[in-house]
Design a protein around this ligand. Structure first.
Ligand SMILES: [Zn+2]
Length: 252
């Protein structure tokens, strides 16, 4: 879905933890280059490419992949992208999540030990498949570090907002020109309503809640969440509500 000129929210129907789920990487492009924000699951690249083709963006035009954090459903198809485009594509990530993305440390929330427990209830076949994935998650070399406040040269300027809590190196992104916030996993949308961080998916819930308050400094007309997709309805009011809820919960 095209949400502004040169900004496409891709929808991937995937299966994670044995459940069907929709993931939303974002493609940003202009006449000269394109940047992809997150890469879905292993095996998603062909469908991402098809979505890019629908926007008239050839794979060779992809200059950058921004990995917002280490989770496997974001780093997912990076190895396929590298295989096809090699070092022509520059991979960005925050230094705090870099060793996980590069495979030097096991993914924080999905170590094989954690996954054995998480997936215990799944039937044999999908369980084995998932465990094999988590035993050997996709990894890649990170070419460039993301820092809080940095303005990346995509989409007329793409601002990095470090939003730790979901993982230590989690980043959200803001497009000043079109007032679009890519919250990624700092928030999610369920049933058309914006939701703040929850304990199940937060590495540090208190920090994740503080990160939401950072969004109050921005003029936001549209929010895209990796889980839940697009929110256009009163985004600032909803962010204010979540920040206030988070602030109250933090004081309990
Ligand atoms: Zn995540």
């Amino acid at each position: 879905m095209m949400i502004d000129r040169g900004v496409e929210m891709i929808e991937l129907q995937e299966e994670a933890f044995g459940q069907k789920t929709a993931l939303h990487p974002v493609l940003i492009w202009d006449e000269t280059s394109a940047a992809l924000i997150d890469t879905g699951m292993p095996g998603s690249w062909e469908r991402i490419k098809a979505a890019m083709a629908d926007c008239g963006v050839a794979p060779e035009k992809l200059a950058a992949v921004i990995l917002t954090h280490q989770d496997f459903d974001h780093v997912g198809s990076i190895e396929e992208i590298r295989r096809e485009l090699g070092d022509r594509v520059k991979v960005y990530a925050h230094p705090l999540d870099r060793p996980y993305i590069e495979g030097d440390l096991p993914l924080t929330k999905t170590t094989p030990e954690i996954m054995e427990k998480t997936l215990a209830a799944l039937p044999e076949e999908p369980r084995k498949k998932a465990l094999a994935l988590f035993a050997n998650p996709p990894k890649t070399k990170v070419d460039a570090a993301l820092t809080d406040g940095q303005l990346l040269p995509f989409g007329g300027g793409l601002q990095v907002i470090h939003t730790p809590g979901h993982t230590e190196g989690h980043v959200s992104l803001y497009l000043p020109q079109s007032k679009i916030l890519l919250a990624v996993d700092a928030m999610m949308i369920i049933g058309g309503k914006l939701h703040g961080p929850v304990p199940q998916t937060s590495l540090d819930l208190a920090e994740a809640r503080r990160s939401v308050a950072k969004f109050l400094d921005y003029d936001i007309e549209t929010v895209v969440c990796y889980h839940g997709g697009l929110l256009e309805w009163e985004p600032m009011e909803q962010i204010r509500r979540i920040a206030a809820e988070a602030d109250r919960a933090g004081k309990e």
